[in-house]
Design a protein around this ligand. Structure first.
Ligand code: NAI
Ligand code: MG
Length: 496
């Protein structure tokens, strides 16, 4: 019996809901040409939740044709208020379905319900922020004297978007918000381990009044559907969030196909720097949020903590104590802060890094093992006595594992902070404005958080330096990434 296009799923909360399984193309859930499907797992229970249909190259082509047709309509070229209305309505629907969306996310991804609820709130906030931008994406009038009239326009594009599994819903919002605001159209592929919330948003897009073909959402794998997006000859722009390795593959595919515009939000190994004058208990809260929020599966996780020698012992003592209080386990328990890692692959990758840290001689301050029983749970882990050449210090682990390094001077802190191929984010903890200015100006990273961490706002742009990526999401900057500038120069005839 073939998989229906909608299945009933019973969530661990007891709620039952209708989950679409097809490809969302032209505002309908449809079968892929080959009718292949794949299983969706719950990482906290290791059970199969459902299967969903899998897009292959020919389905990407169908979805691109839908996006191209929508691009020719009044949605793209007509009044921006129409797009704002859909975005406002979408934000309202996300709020209205917050409980359900958060539960779907927790079931599929393993993250705690606390974390999922935060993601849903940020998703609604971002759509709302984008709604306000629709009629503010303008060009310039350029004065070159009275012989010419010059202006620029910001022209939307047909896009392809590939998102990861660590924040399935939130990353979808960072991708779809600017698409809907600018008049772009898109084919978005969710990550193969977390396809459910994205498909559910398909339903909400229809309810919000989005015309057909504007946003098409497909489930599928990277090497097939993802690669077909990156190398598609008629997609004008690809936006990707994921690993640095795949980012490089995408950039190459973009170059070899049609030189499509590329934005990449990639990995990190972000430093979190604590100076002697920092407030111990407030700082420790931020260190915990920086590395253990979302089970450490955060691109900008503060995974290298640098602590000045005068406060080192106090911070370590408090950090260990507070880390050991973290509630980990059943992600649906409202008290749980840390749920499961998103997949078996990720679980094994993290444990391999933990073992390499132990083998290479680092000291485990706390954690260092999985939680016994079903599900991919790993204890929050702090390593000290690390050397710069250790894998746990150099590589992105993407889990609840942090290395702590001691330093003496401000210059040493800057040097250690920048000793990485990445440049996504950094944290600085001090009340000394001179240190804040010196260190924030010297750290090579796209975001610097001072006396806070993992602290996002729709108006503040986010993205990386060097191996952490290209381009920015959110803020005003993102609208430049989703539009191309057309300059029009008109010669004025002398009519006298
Ligand atoms: P990944 O980069 O393979 O997956 C992210 C997305 O890219 C998924 O939708 C996947 O289907 C797609 N993809 C994979 N190969 C592709 C290809 N050849 N062409 C087009 N799309 C492709 O990441 P993965 O393997 O799931 O995780 C590995 C590591 O990547 C993690 O341990 C973490 O270090 C990093 N990562 C970073 C993220 C971030 O937010 N910056 C998010 C997810 C992973
Ligand atoms: Mg899953």
């Amino acid at each position: 019996m073939s998989l229906p296009l909608e299945v009933e799923i019973k969530l661990p909360t007891g709620t039952t809901y209708k989950q679409p399984t097809g490809l969302f193309i032209n505002n309908e859930f449809v079968y892929p040409k080959q009718k292949k499907s794949f299983e969706v797992l719950s990482p906290s229970t290791e059970e199969v939740i459902t299967s969903v249909y899998e897009a292959l190259e020919e389905d990407v082509e169908t979805a691109v044709q839908a996006a191209e047709a929508a691009y020719k309509t009044n949605w793209t070229w007509g009044p921006p208020e129409a797009r704002a209305a859909v975005l406002y309505k979408l934000a309202e629907l996300v709020d209205k379905n917050a409980e359900l969306l958060a539960s779907i996310e927790t079931f599929d991804n393993g993250k705690s319900l606390q974390n999922s609820k935060g993601d849903v709130a940020l998703t609604a906030a971002y759509f709302r922020s984008c709604a306000g931008w629709c009629d503010k994406i303008t060009g310039n009038l350029i004065n070159t004297g009275n012989s010419h009239f010059n202006y620029t326009q910001r022209v939307p594009m047909v896009c392809g978007q590939i998102i990861p599994w660590n924040f399935p819903l939130l990353m979808l919002s960072w991708k779809l918000g600017p698409v809907l605001a600018t008049g772009c159209t898109t084919v978005l592929k969710s990550a193969e381990s977390t396809p459910l919330s994205a498909l559910y948003v398909g339903k909400l897009l229809v309810e919000a009044g989005m015309p057909k073909g504007v946003v098409n959402i497909i489930s599928g794998f990277g090497a097939t559907a993802g690669a077909a997006i990156a190398s598609h000859p008629r997609i004008d722009k690809v936006a990707f969030t994921g690993s640095t390795n795949v980012g490089k593959i995408i950039m190459k595919a973009a170059a070899e196909s049609n030189l499509k515009k590329v934005t990449l939000e990639l990995g990190g190994k972000s430093p979190n720097v604590v100076f002697d004058d920092a407030d111990v208990s407030k700082t420790v809260k931020h260190l915990i949020t920086a590395i253990f929020f979302n089970t450490g599966e955060v691109c900008c996780a503060g995974s290298r903590i640098l602590i000045q020698s005068g406060i080192y012992d106090k911070i370590i003592k408090e950090f260990k104590k507070e880390t050991e209080k973290i509630k980990i386990g059943n992600p649906f328990d409202p008290e749980t802060f840390m749920g499961a890692q998103a997949s078996d692959i990720q679980f094994k990758k993290i444990l391999k890094y933990i073992n390499s840290g132990i083998e290479q001689g680092a000291t485990v301050i706390t954690g260092g093992k999985p939680v016994e029983g079903k599900g991919y749970f790993i204890k929050p882990t702090i390593f000290a006595d690390v050397r710069p050449d250790m894998d746990i210090v150099k590589d992105e682990i993407f889990g609840p594992v942090v290395s702590v390094i001691k330093f003496d001077t401000v210059d040493e802190a800057i040097e250690l902070a920048n000793d990485t191929q990445y440049g996504l984010a950094a944290g600085i903890h001090t009340n000394d404005i001179n240190k804040i200015m010196k260190v924030s100006n010297a750290i090579k990273a796209g975001t610097i958080w001072v006396n806070t961490y993992n602290d996002f706002h729709p108006m503040v742009p986010f993205g990386g330096f060097s191996a952490s990526g290209i381009g920015r999401e959110m803020g005003e900057e993102v609208f430049h990434e989703y539009t191309q500038v057309r300059a029009v120069r008109i010669a004025i005839s002398n009519t006298n």
